[in-house]
Design a binder for this molecule. Structure first.
Ligand code: ADP
Ligand code: GLC
Length: 478
């Protein structure tokens, strides 16, 4: 089975969030399932640099306003097709936004171009010796690809799977863009890619792909409700059994406390104490206070960190501490910085993106705090489980699917791995801080929860098999 994955970010080449981790990890995870996955991504400067001399596979004289080529080669150990289109992707700044933080004005065309070339690779694969059976599109940036497969007349030969990592990003464009985006006018309706009077690339993927999935079973159920579906609930319900949830895994080699070169490695909790001591010293925190809650996150509405601000006084009052690494909304950055200033030695805040520090936080913390309003899967609670850092999470999406909450029953059975609370509630977050501090006050019970977490499977094995089965369902040559 040959699968072409189409993604706007792929770790370790370029990353703004978990999508990159998943797109980067799936090819290796799927190899064991007999799936030969190659990845198509945009030729951002860093990506072209990592690719070096690629082999030219396809050219296009006018790809949404300029010349383009697809180069094939290895980058960061992955089999990559890179879309080299300087007028669209060779820019300073992030994958979606300019250095001033504003979205690129032409994002609709940029990712339409990625999808167009993905469909061409599928339509013309036989010409260059690698014919995909299935196209795997990630998020709205890949959403138009299934439409283009149909437009190029190959959707009966090449299957398609659309993976929703986050429904909040719809890939919206005005209806006057139909022609410019090379979309068929007859698809502009509620059963196609029309969404509240505009074009939505995400809706296109949901409507046209042979199979649709999201990144946890609970989020798949939540998405079918008006509360979480953000307007897509009806369409997703309509897809019936063609829509499912497959839980993300993490790269258990990169995130392995025993071999992690970014931390003082440890196998058991005694060793973790050293990583903790190094972290409290680095951040100027009090080594004798606890529990030490850590956060590694984008600072946005989704992540519910305003709820944590509400609950922070309780954590501190009870002797706990907080260390946060993140960046995003200015008001959240300011409030956390103010909290650090007001509580020296008890709250440490680092604004920015820092991969090595994220490892040191996960290794050195006692608890990883994830108070999200919604969370399709979430990866940091999985890192926490693996590093014996107890997840304290909102009971939603993938957080609900990965953490066994402390209750009377789970405690009696000795199986709890973390603490869960009602999403979106500041008071529930305060109560969760109390539960955490109560547990911390009983070292044996705390350690049991840590050890349970360290045994919880967080890798890709099961989910890779589910993806392989999904690709087989979508394939036109079963
Ligand atoms: P999302 O994709 O919604 O941001 P996930 O939990 O799925 O949430 O993935 C976030 C990923 O980005 C994780 O690998 C996390 O460690 C990483 N991350 C987020 N913020 C930072 C940061 N400021 N520095 C380093 N890594 C970060
Ligand atoms: C999204 C979601 C996150 C998920 C990630 C990878 O960014 O917000 O929950 O883990 O994609 O699938």
């Amino acid at each position: 089975m040959k699968v072409l994955s189409v993604a706007s970010e792929v770790a370790p080449l370029i990353k703004t969030g978990g999508l990159a981790d998943v797109a980067g990890a799936l090819p290796a995870a799927l190899k064991a399932q007999g799936v030969d996955m190659r990845t198509l991504m945009p030729g951002y400067p860093k990506v072209l640099e990592a690719l070096g001399d690629g082999r030219q596979i396809l050219t296009d004289g006018d790809l949404y306003g300029g010349p383009a080529q697809i180069l094939y080669g290895k980058a960061a150990g992955l089999d990559m097709y890179v879309l080299d289109a300087a007028h669209l992707f060779y820019r300073d700044g992030g994958p979606y936004a300019a250095p001033d933080g504003f979205d690129w004005w032409d994002n609709a065309e940029r990712f339409a171009a990625l999808c167009w070339m993905a469909a061409r690779l599928c339509a013309e694969g036989h010409l260059h010796g690698w014919q995909p059976d299935v196209l795997h599109a990630h998020d709205w940036q890949g959403g138009l690809a299934p439409v283009y497969l149909q437009r190029m007349g190959v959707s009966h030969k090449v299957g398609s799977v659309m993976t929703i990592h986050n429904i909040a990003f719809t890939g919206s464009a005005g209806s006057d863009m139909l022609g410019r985006l090379r979309l068929p006018a007859e698809g502009y309706n509620s059963g196609g890619f029309e969404f509240y009077g505009r074009i939505s690339a995400l809706k296109a993927g949901i409507s046209y792909a042979d199979r649709v999935n999201t990144v946890s079973p609970t989020y798949a159920e939540e998405l079918k409700t008006p509360e979480f579906g953000m307007g897509f609930d009806g369409t997703l319900k309509f897809r019936g059994s063609a829509f499912s949830g497959i839980l993300n895994g993490i790269d258990t080699e990169v995130w392995n406390p025993v071999t992690d070169p970014k931390v003082i490695p440890y196998k058991a909790l005694r060793g973790k104490a050293k990583a903790r001591a190094a972290l409290t010293e680095e951040l100027g925190l009090d080594p004798d206070r606890g529990p030490l809650g850590v956060v590694v996150s984008r600072l946005t509405e989704q992540k519910g960190l305003d709820l944590l601000l509400h609950a922070l006084p309780r954590l501190l009052e009870r002797g706990g501490q907080l260390a946060l690494l993140g960046s995003g909304d200015a008001w959240l950055e300011e409030q956390f910085l103010a909290a650090a200033q007001a509580n020296p030695g008890q709250v440490a805040v680092r604004i920015g993106y820092d991969e090595p520090l994220s490892h040191r936080l996960i290794a050195g913390g006692d608890a990883i705090l994830v108070p999200s309003r919604f969370e399709p899967c979430g990866l940091t609670q999985l890192y926490g489980l693996r590093y014996g850092t107890v997840p304290v999470v909102a009971n939603t999406g993938g957080l609900a699917d990965t953490v066994i909450p402390l209750t009377f029953a789970t405690r009696t059975a000795g199986v709890a791995t973390g603490i869960q609370f009602q999403p979106g509630s500041g008071d529930a977050c305060v109560a969760a801080m109390d539960t955490l501090c109560d547990l911390w006050a009983q070292p044996k019970a705390f350690q049991q929860v840590q050890r349970n977490g360290m045994k919880h499977p967080v890798g890709w094995d099961t989910s890779a098999a589910e993806y392989a089965a999904l690709f087989a369902e979508a394939s036109k040559h079963p």
